[in-house]
Design a protein around this ligand. Structure first.
Ligand SMILES: *Cc1c(COP(=O)(O)O)cnc(C)c1O
Length: 384
């Protein structure tokens, strides 16, 4: 499987390992590390990333849906998997067979899962989700119906978790809110244990909390973005040194010379102020380069910055290469990655979003190449 070098993502799994080592240093020794690989491992490719996480020594994986969990099992990923979101209860038996752990956010859902398992001879591992401040999925911590959970004979309540809203911020009011969330969660966990739940994994730390609040690690932490080598906020940056594992690249499809006064692309939003050399790049919004970036971003070519000009189209966009005389057909252009290219965070900031979204919107048609020990490793091992 040779990579077609139009637009592609290079993913360096050695960097993933080094990022994990950095995280391991800040996380207390007793705590396990769960790698969050939802949304196709934040656009990095779920199976190859999960495969590498298995080899590296991560303890657990999390996805958002049954489909995503199934994709991992079909890809021969054997680590325990937690589904963070809703799975229709009719899949309860499949979950149990595939040893997938399901999140339970309400007593009604738990009861329905339990009914679906009656007569199957299966027990399903579940983690109870508490809402302590997101007003999202989960039991309120004062919800008396949690008492019903330990009475369901086909569910094993082996874990409990919550999710922080502002754990990546050291603003004093955010620190106070996170502490409050942690305390609410700790109390809820105690109640659940008093009811007889055999809790083995209590966890609440996302990337921000993993770095800023190692004292909240409990039995396991749940970093996502950190493993991909990106900080969740500026406040975590001084605490550990990460390397972005993805570099998004494209290539020059054609070079054009245009005269002063010539307009570029749809809507004619850009007009050449002088004679220019323009590179037509094989990337557009269908590849994940948001149209909202039109005229705002730059690429990196031969170590130099080239401004993007005119509207970004579905499959193509244009860049000014007047100052890069060596630019030629087929040359590699970096969209985001190491400096001097923009980072994913810098690119995201140009349209008021976060690097998480910049990764997630990478188009389905963009192939990924994986590197381990400096070698391409996706040539057979990861094809499923
Ligand atoms: C996505 C997610 C995470 C990981 O968040 P990061 O900020 O990427 O570390 C952890 N826990 C839950 C419940 C999530 O949904």
């Amino acid at each position: 499987m040779n990579l077609v070098k139009r637009t592609w993502a290079d993913v360096d799994l050695d960097r993933l390992e080094r990022n994990w080592r950095q995280i391991r240093v800040v996380v207390p020794r007793q705590a396990k590390i769960l790698g969050v690989v939802k949304a196709d491992a934040y656009g990095h490719g779920a199976v190859p990333v999960a495969q590498a996480m298995t080899e590296i020594g991560l303890d657990y994986l999390a996805v958002s849906s049954f489909d995503e969990a199934l994709q991992l099992r079909h890809g021969a990923i054997m680590l325990p998997i937690l589904i963070l979101g809703y799975t229709p209860p009719e899949y309860a038996q499949k979950l149990a067979e595939l040893q997938i752990t399901q999140t339970v956010p309400s007593a009604l859902y738990a009861q329905t899962l339990d009914e679906c398992l009656a007569g199957t001879g299966r027990t399903l591992n579940v983690h109870v989700k508490f809402d302590t401040g997101m007003s999202r999925l989960g039991f309120s911590t004062d919800d008396p119906t949690i008492a019903s959970l330990t009475k369901l004979s086909h569910l094993r309540v082996s874990g409990a978790f919550t999710h922080f809203a502002v754990a990546d911020s050291l603003d004093p009011s955010d620190v106070a809110f996170t502490r409050q969330q942690y305390e609410k969660f700790s109390e809820a966990v105690k109640k659940l244990e008093a009811l007889g739940a055999p809790l083995e994994l209590r966890h609440c730390c996302n990337s921000g909390a993993t770095v800023l609040y190692p004292e909240y690690a409990m039995d396991m932490v749940r970093p996502g973005i950190l493993l991909y080598g990106v900080h969740p906020s500026a406040d975590t940056e001084p605490r550990l040194k990460l390397e972005p594992i993805m570099t998004l690249r494209t290539s020059i499809s054609q070079i054009r010379e245009i005269k002063a006064g010539t307009s570029v692309s749809y809507g004619r939003t850009f007009t050449a102020p002088h004679d220019m050399r323009v590179a037509v790049l094989g990337i557009g919004y269908a590849d994940g380069l948001s149209r909202a970036l039109s005229g705002k971003m730059r690429f990196s070519l031969h170590g130099k910055s080239i401004p993007q000009i005119g509207r970004i189209c579905m499959d193509l966009c244009m860049a000014d290469v007047t100052d890069v005389p060596e630019a030629s057909l087929g040359d590699e252009v970096t969209v985001f990655g190491d400096a001097p290219a923009l980072s994913a965070a810098e690119l995201a900031a140009l349209t008021d979003t976060i690097p998480y979204e910049a990764f997630c919107v990478i188009g389905k048609r963009v192939p990924h190449a994986y590197y381990r020990g400096g070698e391409r490793v996706d040539l057979l091992r990861y094809i499923v």
